[in-house]
Write a protein that binds this ligand. Structure first.
Ligand code: GTP
Ligand code: MG
Length: 317
């Protein structure tokens, strides 16, 4: 009997011990889970932190690459100095053409002034970088009180894109034409961004349309040595022209969108056609030359009317 009681007591004690062990084990398990959870939480937090750090880094890199300038506003003295440097005159309208070296800036200025590249007084053109310093060209036609500036190739300068604008004193111009030949680049975007800050009207222009269309035709298999019939050649030209125009408009649209810039049209031109239009001849093949010339003239006239109105108001006061 006693032995039986002792056995029962032992069993109860063993059960009690087992329970205790189970509780302890559960407690241990809970601790492990809690530790694991804590570890997961800090891992998540660490990951989150890395994400934030990376985003900040990316944003800084994007800004640097995008040529977004730290806000540096030129002083009144700097503006006056820049105006003196470009021989700014209140009675004239100052157009500047910016863009990469060899893009066709000098050729476009010549055409807009009604001159051929080979004419004396025309801006030097060529395949090497010919415009090392800012050059100023008066309009040969007295009907238009314009001055043209040829800005050296931005891509070849040894300074970051965003410094280009202030270093060149581009903020004094009345209107800036951003000219590109092959690619619409971040340098062009940087110039447009800065123009927006200074409220300078801008025109995006793609040059050498004739050459680009010829290249597209070649890509389509056209060989000028082949004796193809005229009709077929015309058809191919139309297709190439359409493709080139569509691709140019789309790529500018995409690039502006990627840079969070408002939509803006691109004028597609050839210098020979531009010259014909300026000389009031009717070119056979044209894309945006007529519209570009009209819009530039209107830009200058609107500004002139605005200035005259301001001057009249000042006189009255
Ligand atoms: N086919 C064709 N060639 C062009 C056109 N515009 C310019 N070119 C040629 O492209 C080359 C470069 O033109 P420039 O006007 O000197 O270019 P730029 O932008 O002034 O060059 P830099 O002064 O070096 O910055 C020259 O050989 C021009 O004849 C065009 O509309 N069509
Ligand atoms: Mg030039």
């Amino acid at each position: 009997m006693e032995a039986q009681q002792a056995a029962m007591q032992a069993a109860a004690a063993a059960q009690e011990q087992a329970k205790k062990l189970e509780v302890a084990a559960n407690e241990e398990k809970r601790k492990v889970t809690a530790t694991q959870e804590a570890a997961n939480t800090s891992k998540k937090a660490a990951k989150e932190e890395v994400k934030v750090v990376n985003a900040v880094k990316e944003e800084a890199e994007r800004k640097l690459k995008g040529g977004i300038q730290p806000v540096v506003t030129p002083t009144h003295q700097e503006v006056l100095a820049a105006k003196r440097r470009v021989q700014y005159r209140e009675d004239l309208f100052h157009f500047a053409i910016a863009g990469v070296a060899g893009g066709g800036k000098s050729s476009l200025i010549n055409a807009l002034r009604g001159l051929r590249d080979e004419d004396i007084r025309s801006a030097a053109t060529g395949v090497t970088q010919t415009t090392l310093n800012l050059a100023r060209y008066g309009n040969s036609n007295a009907e238009y009180p314009y001055v043209w500036y040829d800005i050296p190739g931005a891509g070849t300068l040894k300074i970051p894109d965003w410094q280009y604008f202030n270093a060149q004193g581009l903020y004094v111009f009345d209107c800036i034409i951003v000219l590109f030949d092959n690619r619409f680049t971040m340098t062009d975007i940087a110039i447009l961004t800065n123009c927006r800050r200074f409220k300078i009207p801008t025109y995006i222009v793609r040059s050498k349309a004739d050459q680009h269309i010829r290249n597209v035709m070649k890509d389509m298999g056209y060989d000028s040595d082949d004796d193809e019939n005229e009709d077929q050649k015309k058809k191919l030209y139309q297709t190439a022209r359409q493709q080139f125009i569509q691709q140019t408009r789309q790529s500018v649209k995409d690039n502006l969108e990627n840079a969070n810039m408002p939509e803006q049209r691109v004028y597609i031109v050839s210098n020979e056609t531009m010259l014909s239009v300026v000389k009031k001849k009717r070119p056979k093949k044209f894309i945006d030359e007529i519209e570009l010339l009209n819009d530039l003239v209107e830009e200058a006239q609107t500004r002139r009317a605005h200035r005259d109105a301001e001057a009249a108001a000042t006189t009255k006061d």
